[in-house]
Write a protein that binds this ligand. Structure first.
Ligand SMILES: Cc1cc2nc3c(=O)[nH]c(=O)nc-3n(C[C@H](O)[C@H](O)[C@H](O)COP(=O)(O)OP(=O)(O)OC[C@H]3O[C@@H](n4cnc5c(N)ncnc54)[C@H](O)[C@@H]3O)c2cc1C
Length: 392
């Protein structure tokens, strides 16, 4: 039987990053990945705030495009244009980046086992059971479930995770139509609190997608409608279609049991407002690696109990704000959205969003809007629609 200090289930970006952190500290690490090839198929828009460079390695070769602004469209085409002087976000080649992170973990000393689908783990004694009879028996002092949105590890001590569905097309519009350093975000009450996006990869190609509480047939319909309706997308050739899942935040989710912890999408460590999970996942990978190494060095598995607490201390407040924003958006009709966009434009919110907007941290913007009374000028209309019940 192979015994490891740590077994990481899932060679996604977050699992590989955690595995690398632990291997660099000198621990014996196994990565167990059900797929034959890391990173495929693509299930990501690949848009990451510039903070990514502070929380993980990102060589320039994986950056397809840099973005410094956004056009935000209301349902009836009121446009808010927000921007920074310098690049605010990167558009990544996610497939190659996932492979790069897994290779880094292996270069740091981790063993990777592809084609190894974990069926279940025993949180008490650390035994790992695989789906097919690969004759591999494995155990670990600490098991990390980084196995994504439908995590089998999470399901062994949590109810099934709730999630949004996502769809994305790679499109070519055949001519120079995109301002490369601006993304397009489209509000539509049918998909709220999700939204639609067009993220340029070049002047003529883009990732066009959405996430929503809807089935794949509806998602496809919304995307097709968007492409027909929007002048920047009209007539686009669809080169590829992708489908995926974004976990919903669940403050009740248990992040650990005995010698098992959850990380990344498996732990629903995703920003509610954008569905982005990479930066938060990388921050949590670092946090978890500090706690897990302490537990292993001290030979005291109870130290893992510090993980949920440290996570709450860091993220609880911000997640609460984002969930509140989410809840409001979910309740809005198209006419509410229209009113909100017009009011924001009138009140000069483009400048405020440009100044205080941060892809990864929405509290400063919400606070500033609140301070300047802009939220109050939008709220009466919403309250009149009887959504005050949201705040209960
Ligand atoms: C359409 C779409 C667009 C997105 N856009 C963005 C974006 O622009 N920016 C952003 O930050 N985030 C985005 N996200 C979210 C982001 O892709 C995820 O948050 C991120 O992939 C989470 O990484 P992870 O390592 O936790 O999990 P995953 O990337 O899901 O990796 C989990 C790994 O575990 C493996 N696995 C699963 N089950 C088992 C098992 N039983 N045994 C062994 N291995 C297993 C899987 O094969 C996979 O390799 C998007 C998601 C979608 C669906």
């Amino acid at each position: 039987m192979n015994h490891y200090d740590i077994a990481v289930v899932g060679a996604g970006p977050v699992g590989s990053t955690f595995a690398r952190n632990m291997a660099e500290k000198g621990f014996k690490v196994a990565i167990l990945e059900k797929k034959k090839e890391v990173g495929v198929p693509l299930q990501c828009a690949g848009l990451l705030g510039k903070k990514i460079k502070k929380v993980n390695k990102l060589p320039d070769e994986f950056i397809i495009n840099s973005v410094r602004g956004a056009f935000l469209y209301s349902p009836a085409d009121t446009v808010l244009s927000v921007s920074k002087k310098k690049s605010e976000a990167y558009v990544l080649d996610r497939v190659s980046y996932d492979k790069f992170l897994a290779e880094l973990a292996v270069d740091s000393g981790a063993d990777i086992f592809l084609n190894h689908s974990v069926k279940k783990v025993d949180s008490f004694d650390g035994d790992i059971h695989f789906k097919r009879s690969q004759n591999t028996k494995m155990s670990a002092d600490v098991i990390v479930g980084a196995d994504g949105h439908s995590s089998v590890i999470s399901r062994s001590f949590n109810p099934p995770a709730k999630s949004f569905q996502a769809a994305q097309y790679l499109v070519d519009v055949g001519e120079r139509r995109f301002k490369e350093d601006f993304v397009h975000l489209y509000a539509d009450s049918r998909v709220s609190p999700g939204f639609l996006w067009a993220i340029p990869l070049s002047e003529n190609t883009a990732r066009v997608g959405l996430f929503a509480d809807a089935n794949y047939q509806q998602l496809t319909q919304f995307l097709d409608e968007l492409i027909k309706k929007r002048p920047e997308l009209a007539g686009a050739t669809i080169l590829k279609k992708f489908y995926g899942v974004i976990p919903k935040q669940n403050p009740q989710k248990k992040l650990m049991k005995d010698r098992v912890i959850l990380l990344g999408d498996a732990a629903s460590q995703v920003k509610p407002t954008t569905g982005g999970g990479l930066i938060m996942g990388f921050v949590c990978a670092k946090m978890a690696s500090q706690i897990v190494s302490q537990a292993l060095e001290d030979g005291d598995i109870n130290i893992l109990q510090n993980y949920p607490k440290t996570y709450d201390d860091k993220f609880k407040k911000e997640l609460k704000v984002q969930l509140m924003v989410h809840k409001i958006f979910k309740s809005l009709t198209d006419s509410d959205l229209e009113y909100m966009f017009r009011k924001l434009k009138e009140e000069g919110a483009e400048d405020i969003i440009s100044q205080y907007g941060d892809m990864d941290n929405q509290s400063p913007l919400v606070k500033e809007m609140f301070k300047r009374g802009i939220l109050f000028s939008i709220l009466p209309k919403m309250l009149s629609r009887g959504i005050s019940s949201l705040w209960k």
